[in-house]
Write a protein that binds this ligand. Structure first.
Ligand SMILES: NC(=O)c1ccc[n+]([C@@H]2O[C@H](COP(=O)([O-])OP(=O)(O)OC[C@H]3O[C@@H](n4cnc5c(N)ncnc54)[C@H](OP(=O)(O)O)[C@@H]3O)[C@@H](O)[C@H]2O)c1
Length: 331
């Protein structure tokens, strides 16, 4: 199986390391190698039809700040310059336009390639179009890591819980907000908790996407479309972030043995992200940076999952699960 990795930052590098570390697993399970035939970052690329050494690309990126010596103007021409089976699309999320990710995913599918992505932008904006395109070309588009990072949820709902009537999903889909709210539980003001989140590397310098609820909203859209078969986009989500939660509101919740958490909710009729009162000790009242989701089904009842919503290896693990699924299906 030949991979092209588009985007070679935290997740792209983590995934290249996973490809190197699972060499024996692929050979044993599928009797074939997984090779990286191309990698691209924002300003350079490297390709080899014979396969590149994953660790050399990672080390080269760390040493030189770029994956290869050659620059490019047209990312699609770079993709077309080598023969690959799967595009692993891990460039930055752009929720306004879909960014380069939307362009490369669309192109790969049009060329009959399978795609794995964790990039929320293209999925939150053009889900139906991309899934229809994949189907018309007989290709797979998989995106487990786009919601909840390492926490299994999309494939769990679509594959393990297939046949269930999933009534709703409620969850914590943003570890940064949950870290801030957990700190506020202990009496820290919002600004101080945000500063601590930034110092610890949980929050970006511009934290708008997280604290205004936009990142959670993207995930809610992806779940609505992929699990509930809806046809919605980012603009359809009712979004309230956590910036207006006061210390008084937290104290009042505490006096009633509750906590406030930023909850994403999806069902056939609901699509929202907002602060909710959760009883202390409830699965959705979790503290810290983990993600969690409660899936309400008709046969199995409530199924709750929890895991690391972000991280180099954690997100790479979700990509690995999609890769294995594609290799199983193609066998
Ligand atoms: N980090 C996580 O834990 C996590 C979890 C779930 C989902 N995600 C999603 O995964 C994606 C990647 O995240 P990340 O943390 O790896 O981001 P990152 O560290 O910022 O890396 C982004 C990579 O994409 C490259 N890039 C930027 N513009 C590009 C373009 N136009 N064409 C090709 N490559 C381009 C960057 O190039 P340079 O190296 O040259 O700057 C960089 O290598 C994002 O969509 C993010 O939302 C991340």
């Amino acid at each position: 199986m030949r991979l092209f990795i588009c985007g070679f930052g935290t997740v792209g590098q983590g995934f290249a390391e996973v490809v190197a570390s699972r060499k024996g697993f692929f050979e044993e399970r599928f009797g074939e190698d997984v090779t990286i035939v191309g990698a691209m970052d924002s300003r350079s690329y490297v390709t080899s039809q014979d396969g590149l050494d994953p660790m050399s690309i990672v080390i080269g990126k760390a040493e030189n700040g770029r994956v290869g010596p050659d620059g490019y103007d047209d990312p699609l021409a770079v993709l077309d310059s080598v023969d690959y089976d799967i595009l692993v699309e891990v460039s930055p999320t752009d929720v306004k336009t879909g960014g380069t990710g939307l362009i490369t995913i669309r192109h790969a599918l049009e060329c009959g390639k399978d795609v794995i992505t964790v990039n929320k932008g293209p999925l939150a904006l053009r889900f139906r179009e991309l899934m229809d395109l994949a189907e018309s070309k007989g290709c797979m588009l998989r995106f487990e890591g786009s919601v909840g990072g390492a926490m299994p949820i999309i494939n769990l709902c679509r594959e393990n819980l297939a046949g269930e009537n999933i009534r709703s999903i409620r969850g914590i889909f943003n570890g940064t907000c949950n870290f801030i709210l957990s700190k506020m539980d202990n009496g820290q003001p919002f600004e101080q908790a945000l500063k601590e989140a930034q110092q610890m590397g949980y929050a970006e310098t511009d934290p708008t996407n997280d604290i205004e609820g936009y990142d959670s909203a993207c995930k809610v859209v992806i779940l609505a479309n992929s699990v509930f078969g809806r046809d919605v986009t980012f603009d359809d989500v009712e979004i309230t972030g956590i910036t207006s939660i006061t210390e008084g509101a937290i104290a009042l919740a505490k006096s009633r043995n509750m906590v406030i958490r930023l909850i994403g909710e999806v069902s056939d009729t609901k699509l929202s992200v907002g602060p909710r009162l959760i009883p202390r000790g409830h699965a959705l009242g979790l503290s810290g940076t983990l993600n969690t989701a409660q899936i309400n089904t008709d046969l199995a009842g409530p199924v709750t999952v929890q895991g690391r919503g972000a991280g180099r290896m954690e997100t790479a693990s979700a990509i690995l699960s999609d890769l294995v699924a594609i290799m199983e299906a193609r066998r």
